[in-house]
Design a protein around this ligand. Structure first.
Ligand SMILES: [Zn+2]
Length: 72
């Protein structure tokens, strides 16, 4: 199951995720904490704007880069 391709986090979207949006809500998360949303090409901008206007967005990276950066 874990080998399945991750799916975009946008509501109702079933497309393969290509991007990782790393974000942090300073009201509820410690500064180093990162929550992640996944996005397909189509929804990257929409989801980035949603987080960006709230000041939550920290980073947008390709999923494959994110996964390789998470390995020890
Ligand atoms: Zn999508």
């Amino acid at each position: 199951m874990s080998d399945e391709t991750p799916i975009c986090s946008a509501k109702g979207c079933r497309a393969d995720a290509v991007w990782v949006l790393a974000w942090n809500n300073p009201k509820i998360h410690t500064p180093e904490r990162r929550k992640t949303w996944l996005a397909c090409e189509e929804h990257r901008e929409h989801l980035s704007q949603f987080l960006g206007v709230r000041g939550f967005l920290k980073d947008v990276v390709l999923l494959e880069e994110w996964e390789s950066s998470q390995k020890p």
